[in-house]
Design a protein. Structure first.
Length: 384
């Protein structure tokens, strides 16, 4: 099988913050191990030399990635690589991919992997547009482009049951019947970030918490900042917040200045330390190993989070708001609805060794089926 993986990299200068690239970097070698000929078309090559590479130009904005897929380049790429399967990491590009295959005279299976959903559903079933994709009212157009992408795909892959439910519902509202082409294929855990909880020492009355998510406003960072102040107030918890972006380009800051604003606010909060892994996975692992628990993002309707999986694979319990995929994936004893409940859970993790070790083991176990080899097998099963 010749598989062409089309990967848009949104943060080429900060690859550690780009979950889509990390996913491809883990999955492509695992697919190669099964005998698949994998080519990644991307601005950056994955780390395994066995994976073929076709360099592409990174989209300058998140909207260009969705509305300007570059038909001429796609046609040339398809003629050169002659793929049997084309994976669209940006689902909105699927109609252009289908048209480019037609123009190139290639008959390939088109697979869309929904790394990011530009919408969510409230508990009452109301579809809500993602504010990150709604600058100047573009959210509805992005949603329709996403639905058009779903219609153009032969297979649609999503991370979780929550994402499957939402994607099916959103497609139906646009007149797209996904039928039996929707499959759940979770993301792989990073083999470099795995630690057996048997060797973990529980905290002794004080715990170190870690928040390693993007600091965009739409990730609920204001809500997290409010909680952070509560968590560190009595000294039971100290927090490390990851600066995932470093210095962003003026274009990205102009689109959304919220990460810089929130980072500055958190940096001036007593009991909160700002850290960066500088794109080094060893440094990142050491930061994770220095924490006792993780905190999930407050993004409304979160469909999946690689940072949560990173923590859990290292045996770190993750506390989370009761929403979206988090409510599906996180142990119920670690879910909260209010800041007060979150503070109580964190305090118990800090002071109850038995409770802590139980959830460290459960966190690690929740990622046991997410090895790259296991995920690659599910991936191939879904697209064949």
């Amino acid at each position: 099988m010749r598989l062409l993986y089309l990967l848009n990299v949104s943060n080429a200068s900060q690859l550690a913050a780009d979950s889509g690239f990390t996913f491809a970097d883990l999955l492509a070698p695992a697919l190669t191990d099964t005998g698949v000929e994998v080519t990644v078309a991307s601005p950056v090559a994955v780390g395994d030399a066995r994976v073929r590479f076709s360099p592409t130009i990174s989209s300058s904005t998140k909207y260009r990635a969705r509305f300007d897929p570059g038909m001429d380049a796609l046609v040339a790429l398809f003629r050169e690589r002659r793929p049997e399967v084309v994976v669209a990491n940006q689902v909105e590009a699927a109609p252009a991919i289908r048209a480019a295959l037609l123009e190139a005279g290639r008959d390939a299976l088109v697979v869309g992997y929904c790394h990011y959903l530009p919408f969510s559903f409230s508990d009452g079933g109301v579809l809500e547009l993602d504010p990150a994709m709604d600058d100047r009212g573009l959210g509805r157009s992005v949603l329709l482009a996403f639905a058009a992408g779903l219609a153009a795909c032969d297979r649609v892959l999503v991370h979780s049951s929550t994402a499957a439910s939402w994607t099916t519902a959103a497609a139906a509202r646009s007149g797209v019947d996904l039928g039996d082409k929707l499959h759940i294929v979770p993301a792989p855990r990073d083999v470099r970030l795995v630690r057996d909880p048997a060797g973990i020492t529980p905290p002794q009355g004080r715990a170190a918490g870690l928040y390693n998510h993007r600091l965009y406003a739409h990730y609920g960072t204001a809500r997290f900042t409010q909680l952070a102040r509560r968590l560190v107030a009595d000294g039971t918890v100290r927090l490390t917040v990851m600066d995932l972006f470093g210095t962003r380009s003026p274009e990205r800051i102009r689109l959304d200045p919220s990460p810089e604003r929130h980072l500055e606010e958190l940096a001036t909060t007593d009991g909160v330390t700002i850290a960066s892994d500088r794109g080094d996975r060893v440094r990142y692992r050491n930061i994770l190993a220095g924490a006792h628990f993780g905190i999930a993002p407050f993004r409304p309707g979160c469909p999946w989070s690689m940072s949560v999986i990173d923590c859990q694979a290292m045996g770190l319990p993750v506390i989370a708001p009761r929403t979206g995929w988090l409510a599906e994936h996180i142990d119920d004893e670690l879910l909260f609805d209010t800041d007060e409940q979150a503070v109580q859970i964190a305090a118990r993790l800090a002071t109850d060794p038995e409770f802590y070790l139980l959830h460290a083991k459960r966190a690690y176990a929740s990622t046991a089926d997410l090895t790259p080899a296991a995920v690659a097998a599910r991936y191939l099963e879904a697209i064949r």
